[in-house]
Design a protein around this ligand. Structure first.
Ligand code: NAD
Length: 488
């Protein structure tokens, strides 16, 4: 397949980086396939992009909510009509399977439609007074919003930031992940084709260099970031106190399995949560905390389910799990596996000696493939039990009671998603009340969210600035409130 040229968007023009530097993105299932060449932007490009949006956003803010809603609706329709080619690009650029890509490509226009509605609904309040005057809050856009996103949902996550930011009348400087530049460009192409004025948006491609220039630019009024906790914390340190910053970060998500659980059901949802998206979901299951009484029976079922998964390129029929996103990701995951072995965890399936599938033969040798890997008897204090792996590696730990499960579930710095499998609703509710996680799933995988539900983590998984995706506070991040006192 042909390689595509991806460009920055500055002042309504698709342009090269000012330095002329470029990078290549290769297909993670077959690195002989160059998906795109894209700009390696730097501080000068960031300066030009912020200048353009700083000059242009107020014209967008002055439009009515109907017009902003119409643009988001139109972009949604365009994405729906481009569905097949978006799915192919998503598989080729990011590495999802066709089924996983189909879900993301279907969800993205729904998000834009949801935020189109928010453009019309976002309103202030009027407060009672005793003297006949009027006190009310006026909601206005924040101004210039920088949106910095990861590669694992290159359409869905940006649409959850660009959608509400634009619905509220902000200008956006969008920095997609350098792993998925093409999908970033395609999302913005749809917004422009849907009628978004050029002054309301700029796109910068590249990595840490341009992203850190963006977050230290004083003309940026708000930063919304999704990515790793380490990078998020560096953004927080670089930001001035008065700038609003929304950071949605990593996870180490547990599933607790109690002794009364339906073990087949538990194993299915654990395999789905741990190995879906090749384990590269922020809400992916990375720990199982299973009651001693059912430990062996559950482990056997999870291992069988994971072992049956076929790894390969996402467009090939019958493939259940695609590659990891790039060499760095694969090496990092294999590093976690090696460390777990050194730390004495018991390898159940996967790992270096797994011969279920020869990943070094034929075309597979050109992709970043890793077999599903499960460790048991994992030390709760070890790296595998506490650090985010972001790959298809599952740690299984024994617990003796619900209290013990809550204690271990909370024994990491993260607090994104936590699941429990039990037939006992009362114990499930006790877990939901006590565990420190932004999402609690009862008899469901840790992954997967309703698009109209608030989303975000606790602890080091999030700044908890306001929830992403939906809910009362979501539009608050993208608007400022002024309290107006009016006497006639
Ligand atoms: P990452 O932190 O490496 O990169 C995220 C984005 O930040 C990219 O666009 C990257 O170019 C940019 N960036 C890199 N260095 C920067 C810097 N110094 N300053 C500003 N920006 C910088 O994350 P990733 O590898 O793209 O994504 C995987 C991570 O994202 C995982 O930790 C995962 O848990 C997390 N994630 C979280 C959520 C969530 O909603 N909580 C969702 C998806 C992914």
């Amino acid at each position: 397949m042909a390689s595509r040229t991806v460009r920055n968007l500055v002042d309504g023009e698709w342009v090269e980086s000012l330095s002329g530097r470029t990078r290549e993105r290769r297909n993670p299932a077959d690195t002989r396939d160059v998906v795109s060449t894209f700009p390696e932007s730097d501080a000068k490009d960031a300066d030009a992009a912020v200048s353009a949006v700083a000059a242009g956003w107020e014209a967008w803010a002055a439009t009515g909510p109907e017009q902003r809603a119409t643009v988001l609706e139109a972009a949604a329709g365009i994405l729906e009509r481009q569905r097949d080619s978006l799915i192919e690009d998503l598989v080729r650029e990011e590495g999802k399977t066709r089924a996983e890509a189909t879900m993301e490509v279907s969800r993205t226009p729904m998000n834009l439609r949801f935020y189109a509605g928010e453009a019309m609904r976002t309103a202030g309040v009027t407060l009672p007074t005793g003297d006949g005057s009027l006190v009310f809050t006026l909601r206005a856009p924040v101004g210039v919003v920088a949106a910095i996103t990861p590669w694992n949902f290159p359409l869905n996550i940006p649409s959850r930031k660009l959608g509400p930011a634009l619905a509220a009348g902000n200008g956006v400087v969008f920095k997609p992940s350098e792993v998925t530049p093409l999908l970033g460009q395609r999302l913005v192409d749809a917004l422009l084709a849907g009628g978004l004025p050029a002054g309301a948006i700029a796109v910068l491609h590249g990595g840490a260099e341009v992203a850190s220039a963006l977050v230290t630019d004083d003309r940026v009024d708000a930063v919304t970031f999704t990515g790793s906790t380490n990078v998020g914390e560096s953004i927080h340190r670089a930001s001035r106190a008065s700038r609003r910053t929304q950071l949605e970060m990593g996870g180490k998500n547990p599933v607790v399995v109690l002794e009364d659980a339906d073990l087949d059901r538990a194993a299915n949802l654990i395999v789905k949560g741990a190995f879906g998206l090749s384990g590269q979901a922020c809400t992916g299951t990375s720990r199982v905390l299973v009651h001693d009484a059912v430990h062996d029976a559950l482990l056997e079922r999870i291992a069988a389910g994971a072992q049956a998964l076929r790894v390969g390129p996402g467009l090939v029929d019958g493939v259940d799990m695609g590659p990891l996103a790039n060499e760095r990701q694969r090496d990092s995951v294999l590093g976690h596996v090696a460390r777990a072995l050194d730390d004495g965890a018991r390898l159940v399936i996967g790992g270096p000696a797994d011969d279920t599938q020869d990943l070094t033969a034929g075309d597979l040798a050109h992709g970043h493939f890793v077999r599903p890997t499960i460790f048991a008897d994992v030390d709760p204090a070890s790296a595998l039990a506490t650090e985010e792996v972001f790959g298809p590696v599952l740690a299984v730990l024994r617990v003796q009671s619900l209290d013990h499960a809550v204690e271990l579930a909370d024994a990491t710095r993260f607090g994104l998603s936590a699941g429990i499998v039990t037939a006992d609703v009362a114990r499930a509710l006790r877990f939901a009340r006590r565990v420190t996680a932004g999402l609690v799933k009862v008899n469901q995988p840790t992954t997967g969210q309703a698009m109209n539900a608030p989303f975000g983590g606790l602890k080091d998984s999030s700044t908890q600035t306001s929830k992403e995706q939906a809910g009362d506070s979501m539009m608050a991040f993208y608007t400022v409130d002024k309290t107006v006192y009016l006497s006639a």
